[in-house]
Design a protein. Sequence first.
Length: 328
Amino acid sequence: MGRRVLVTGGAGFIGSHVAAAYVEAGDEVTVLDDLSTGTIANVPRGARFVRADIRSPQARALLATGGFTLLNHHAAQVDVRISVADPVRDGDVNLLGLLNLLEGARAGGVRRVIFASSGGAIYVVDGRLPLGEAAAKLPLSPYGSAKLASEYYLATFAQLYGLASVVLRYSNVYGPRQKGTGEGGVVAVFAHRLAAGQPVTIFGDGLQTRDFVYVGDVAEANLLASEGHLRPLDELDSRAFNIGTGIETGVRELAEELAAALGRELEVRYQPARAGEVRRSAVAIDKAAAELGWRPRTGLREGLASTLHALTGAGSRRPEAETAVKHA
């Protein structure tokens, strides 16, 4: 018998891949999403769909009464720029939304929570990369602060109420279904503009780096984090795992790779760097390899090729998780 799993944000980019992975593993999956950024077409076949805000009484009641064994929490306000401009909005969704879900999970006897955190927004980058889980933490944005505060709340719930949690600190995730809008989806943003023969905009000098990890590998990490023994919760990082590649790729370099793959001439327009963004980012994955048995299997060039195929419509390939959705 599979688990009963609730995936919040399961109509979104990463969450839909995670939900599909659970379905394929034989789990009974419910997707909770308010469709503010996700789309119903992303919900995998065989999953039950509930449209609700994670801050709502409906979401809390669903967890309290649904008999779920696992909560996988991907719903979030993910735009660093929005968090800088409106920290209250960011905290309302990312902190109060989490607490609402945790209270429902506690009442409903959920056994484990998988939480999507950030490996790019919570650490102090002091020149030594890639960064391990124990690296110093001092977020530059309210978004990063909310993710770090969420990790502390999860640790507190584990100690007070026995609600076990695993934290996955993502680097920059990319892949099919990523939208070409917003600051977090630079691969999709660049791909759509290049495919249309338009210039790309780079904020800063283009030498800033990111650690790009393919969404299929991220979904696999979620499955592995959902099972098996958890080490004792001795400190915040005990059950936290970086999910990335450990490799830095420059933003200008990324644009060049995409242009070459599409056979397009690259035209770049530079704008001033944006507040709240880190200069360099890459996360060490030794702990995930040792304790979860996870390593990324998709190289950047291979992942970009797959992403371009999906994002630009080449071959009209449909998402792996097609729409056959049961509504609550």
